[in-house]
Design a protein around this ligand. Structure first.
Ligand code: MTE
Ligand code: MO
Length: 173
């Protein structure tokens, strides 16, 4: 009996942690102060403007950041990327989608499947080599993959998903 209840505080702690995490997720999205750099729409639960979730750079920077070093076919030498993982962003807007379409400022568009939402795959980079990227320099947002980490990322399929000047994501049902 006593032994059984000895686990109770532990269980409560876990439940409390789970509750805190879910209440953080249920907080409303703030309204961006700065220029909107990314719009997420479609199959999402959290919005801040009509059916859209708009982000400025500060809002993206406030999410859990990630990054990696890799070479790319578009750059010279080892590059350092920092940003927010695509999966992290989707979780933040309450996405339940299985795939999405990503759009660039130049009307380029590519479909991205759910396998890329896993940690260690697609990164929405907002910094390259410690500095923000200008529009001329494939910024301000460039969807990149850790090409050096796995051969599958060094393929035409992933190069085509490496959309620069990313400005809109439409999550499918
Ligand atoms: N914004 C944007 N991103 C893009 C593209 C594009 O036209 N615009 N082309 C894609 C495709 S199809 C591939 S294969 C690679 C091509 O890069 P390259 O044109 O430098 O060879 O970038 C991808 N990312
Ligand atoms: Mo391509």
């Amino acid at each position: 009996m006593i032994r059984k209840f000895a686990y109770l505080p532990c269980v409560c702690g876990v439940l409390f942690a789970a509750f805190s995490a879910s209440s953080a997720i249920s907080e409303p999205l703030p309204i961006p102060d700065g220029d909107v750099v990314l719009i997420v729409e479609g199959n999402i639960e959290k919005t801040n403007k009509g059916d859209f979730a708009e982000f400025d750079l500060a809002m993206l920077r406030s999410l859990d950041s990630a990054g990696f070093e890799t070479e790319t076919i578009w750059t010279e030498g080892l590059q350092q990327f920092a940003g927010v993982e695509l999966g992290t962003l989707l979780t933040h807007v309450g996405s339940k989608g299985v795939s999405l379409s990503a759009y660039a400022a130049n009307e380029y568009l590519i479909d991205i499947p759910a396998e890329d939402f896993e940690s260690g795959a697609a990164l929405i980079a907002y910094e390259r080599n410690g500095a923000p990227m200008s529009v001329r320099d494939k910024g301000p947002l460039w969807l990149v993959y850790p090409y050096d980490k796995a051969v599958r990322f060094r393929s035409e399929v992933y190069y085509a998903r490496s959309i620069w000047q990313l400005d809109r994501i439409e999550v499918h049902r």
